[in-house]
Design a protein around this ligand. Sequence first.
Ligand code: GL7
Length: 835
Amino acid sequence: MTSLIPEGCPIVAVEDDRTGTSLETLKRAIMDNLFYLQARFPSVASRNDFYMALSYTVRDRLLQRWISTAETYLQQGSRTVCYFSAEFLLGPHLGNNLINLGIRQEVEEAVNELGLDIEELLNQEEEPGLGNGGLGRLAACYLDSMATLEIPSFGYGIRYEFGIFDQEIRDGWQVEVTDRWLRYGNPWEIPRPEVRMPVKFGGHTRSYTDSDGHYRVIWDAHHVVEGVAYDTPILGYRVNTANTLRLWRAEAVESFDFQAFNTGNYYGAVRDKITSENITKVLYPNDEPLQGKELRLSQQYFFSSSSLQDMIRIYLQHNPDLSKFHQKFTVQLNDTHPAISVAELMRLLVDDHHLDWNTAWNVTQHTFAYTNHTLLPEALEKWPIALFQYLLPRHLEIIFEINQRFLDQVRLHYPGQSDPLARLSIIDESGERYVRMANLACVGSYAINGVAALHTELLKATVLHDFYQLYPERFSNKTNGVTPRRWVVLSNPGLTGLISEQIGDGWIKDLDQLGQLEPLANDHHFRACWGKTKHDNKVALAEHIQAKTGIIVDPNSLFDIQVKRIHEYKRQHLNVLHIITLYQQIKDNPHLDITPRTFIFGGKAAPGYFTAKLMIKLITAVGDVVNRDPDVAGRLKVVFLPDYNVTFGQRVYPAADLSEQISTAGLEASGTGNMKFSMNGALTIGTLDGANVEIREEVGAENFFLFGLTTPEVQALGAKGYQPWDYIQSNPQLKRVLDLIASGHFSHGDTNLFQPLLSGLWNQDKYYLMADYQSYIDCQQQVSQAYQNREQWLAMSILNTARMGKFSSDRSIQDYCRDIWHVSPVIIKLNGGYQ
Ligand code: GL7
């Protein structure tokens, strides 16, 4: 590309109102942005105007880094990772960018001098909730780590106009409210209206032989939508690297059909615009994938195609030979949501760029790597053939071709055997025919990984067993991690200050350095400071709880917290059974001496998941009774905090004493909340599931409260024929708890309300609550006792934080870089802006 400006022309002065960080410059810049971008005088400006002005001020200061980063990658032709994800649950940008830029203090001062409050401005930001839970948040942590580690990378995804719904609680029930996060504008994104990709849907294919004798296919689409790029700079921590998150918005090619309009069809004139733009309207609010929705497949294809076309466009600017595309780019598929990319890259290479099939397959197969995030069989994505045929007719042909060639190879492995073939086939032929996306991802990827050690082992043994037999060398484990920048430095400034006073601040980029805290676990004075920090955080959360729910909680009580999506396998209802057990014990013996606890819950239920919604109602109903009962006053409180999201997570993790990680063993692929709690000094009560196993290994069995069946025990019990009734009958305490719920005690006498939940537990108990109940109660008893020994508890808390180095997402990304991506850091100099 040739530059439009003469060489040597200064682009940005050494320090000006858009780059400087002195107090006066910052103040001037905020007022300047308020005037020129928000068009406001201070006297009439709203808090949001000031938030916007401040955000533009901060954004200005990262733009040079962003431009220099893009320029450097371009000049050096760096090998680049593209992280494809249908979800990026970023959380608010402003606070994070202040920390990564290292100007939080200066900005706070400037804002103060302007008579404003930095916390109020930070709270003004609507968080971009473009994800459901762990999977989307993981993608956001990985972007932060890739930038911090100076890894050339792009995030590619969807710019949903409405992110995950806002949750309100009315009469104890969840009510969903549209998340209009873009309502007041988004200062962090830069629209790129000139970067637009045509994406085709529907129609038919036809073939012909060209003048050179090549067989060619043309896809005559039914309609075309355009993907328009919106970029968000992702700044690393105290480095010059600012990578790009490119999210696609769907636009109609023609926004107005004059022919329809002229014949009097007013609606028809804009119909195409409406249907096209629907594709990126809303995030599907299901935390584990859902089956069969046409719009969902459209979303997946839309962002996969836009992203791959964009990468090919970038590649061709410098290199005409697409047969080496995989040397420049590698694509990580975040679960199977972007797995259609395998067929789409083949289509682009073969149909549009005329590579022969084998060359194209070589490129494709060396481009993609696939991460699996779930073992739940019902969550494995598959699409009916008829839907595929209707929406993506050319891709279906390509998938059939890939499958045929693949199965020919499989036959060589399993001569004369049809079972492995049927299981490995990309097409499920056992009844109605489906395309199996996990199989497509496995066949089309050079690397396949799970997200915690146990999960990867279970993948190899169960859902992907046949692929493991066929391609053992493709499999590896990459245990998840979380970014300590957002989850400690930003969320927990008190703890951050305390740690850095002792060991310096190198730990923020090298989390293993937290190990230096270990000896301090024995230091009485340090323990006291540690305890004070935790207490301060609990006081802050208590104030928040009172403001949001009106419930008054005691910061001296044990804060026992379970925040995550509401799901039967995550077993929030097991937690409730513990609460009711304690409640009954107190009712039986009003003078019982127990450790006072505050039980805090947060999490959204998928809107169509009836049982999960009933679990929320159960929590709030038990809270209503317990919180009002004078017999238990001062000892038990139950809080359901509405609208759990990233911002709320940032308040909650620092204030937790106890982290509830109580899923049925073998069902939580990893979990990442478990890591955030522990990093902030909470102790875990948990099963041997997902990353809990590794957390316990790291922090030491003596600093972790373990209970429950192991995965093999769950499997054995299932195989033997699990009878929940056996456990209920032999445990009077458990039976009384269930009976109390059934009696209507928590439902104003209504004996039907919780029946669906109860009969699930009595009859089938798919998630083994009854089997784990007593072990959980006993373990909670140990927790209560341990909490009484404050010195010992604080030592355990310090050791939890000190031993969390492994769970930094920096470590995860380094593992991906080394074992899968083979991408190295590129140091960015601020050459673009300064002359
Ligand atoms: C999940 C897993 O359930 C969760 O255990 C894991 O930590 C996360 C990130 O790897 O991925 N899979 C999934 O579909 N969702 C998850 O949170 C929604």
